[in-house]
Structures are given as C-alpha cells and as structure tokens.
Design a protein around this ligand. Sequence first.
Ligand code: PXP
Length: 243
Amino acid sequence: MKLGVNIDHVATLRQARYASMLDHPNAEPGIVEAASACERAGAHGITVHLRADRRHIQDQDVRRLRDSIVTKLNFEMGNTKEILAIALRLLPDDVCMVPEHRQEITTEGGLDVVKHRKELKPSIQRLQSAGIRVSLFIDPDPDQVEAAAELGVEAVELHTGAFANALKHLQTFEYERLVEASQLGVRSRLQVNAGHGINYVNIAIIRQVPGLRELNIGHAIVSRAIFVGLGHAVRDMLDAMNG
Ligand code: PXP
C-alpha cells in the first residue's frame, strides 16, 4: 500500500503567521522542504488541496511543488472553472476531485458523482486528455462507485471519515461499507485509494480493507511531526500501514 502525504497543514501553520508576507525569508515552515522531507522518508507521493479560498496551500506553492517533487504530485481540487484551468497548466500526475464548501473546516462527505456526473464529465475528459490520472473522492457507497466507473476515471478515493469518526458500536458497520465499496471498485477495474481521518491507531483496521492501493494522510502525520519530526512521522505511518 502506498502513502501520499497531504501537507496542507504545513501551509496552515505558515499562513497563521505569514499569510501576507509569503515571500519573506522568515516565512516558515517551507512547503517544498516539507514535501522533500516526506519523500526522503519514503512517501510515495505528495498531496495538496488548492482551495478556492486559499486558506492553506497557495498558487505559488503548487507551482514550486510541481518543479521539486520527485515522486508524484496529487492535486486535490473542487470542480470549478478557475481551479480546472490551474490544474491544466500545472499538469500534476494525479488529480483527486473533491467537493468543496467555503464554510467547512475540512472536506465533509464525498463527491456526489451520481448527482453531478454531467458537470464532472467534461472536466474529467479535459484532465485525462492532458495526461492526468483522475480520481474521485467518494463516500463508500456502491452507487457512487458505479457512477465513478461509468465516468471512466482511473481511481476512486474512498472517504474514510465516517469510519474514523464512528463511535465504537458503529465502527464495524462503517468498516464493512469500506470493504464492500473497495471490492466493487476493484471489480469495476478502478484503482481504489482511501483517505480522511486516518491516524496511527485506526490504520491497523484500515489496512485490512482489501484492495486498497494508496492512502492519503495529512492531519495525523503533520500532528505527530510536531513531536518527532516529519521524516520520523512519515516512517512511523509507513511501518503502521505495512505492518
Ligand atoms: N483525502 C482527501 C480527498 C482530503 O480532502 C483530505 C483532507 O484534506 C485527506 C485525504 C486527508 O485527510 P486527513 O488530513 O484527515 O488525513
């Protein structure tokens, strides 16, 4: 199983102090340095979400990451004209399309592919024509997996937030939903990835979901990095993922 490290919250920390002086030599922590530390520790890719409100990652961050990353860049994006144009200029290796609402603290719920397939289709086709692999971030729901497969994307990322936040008595139910969605994804010839709310404890269960190829993990790794450093935090997660 591969690990994509989501470094949005490295930018969150920088923005807390330097939002208006990004080019100042004191503007730390550096995004490029963080990505490179993750890669040196064995991460298989770097994930960032350029949100419409630019609350963490900025346009110049993604340009610099595109030039510096040696593994692969996974660009999370809402399906808007502005961000699509940026993705087509940037040419990340992968795009993961996510729902985006201004008021949310983080991405809440998966993309409703069933409802939005008409708007998604042309964007997916433009990204794929530019050589970008497209993934859709969806809830572990069979209808969503089928709709994603019909749209011809390369991958889905199953939203693990409901599992991660479930109280103990609901965890098995949420786990089973992930298993079923993953199996359906594999049968539909999709690459099945997962992400959101995965941490050093629940990874022991998540890693048992059959068919998962890639996990995108941010908050838990950046949080642990405060105590042990980013490289160490990435290595701990890689160890936990692969037993
Ligand atoms: N995958 C997607 C599509 C996300 O939107 C996020 C959160 O930005 C993550 C993975 C990472 O989630 P977390 O920060 O909870 O590990």
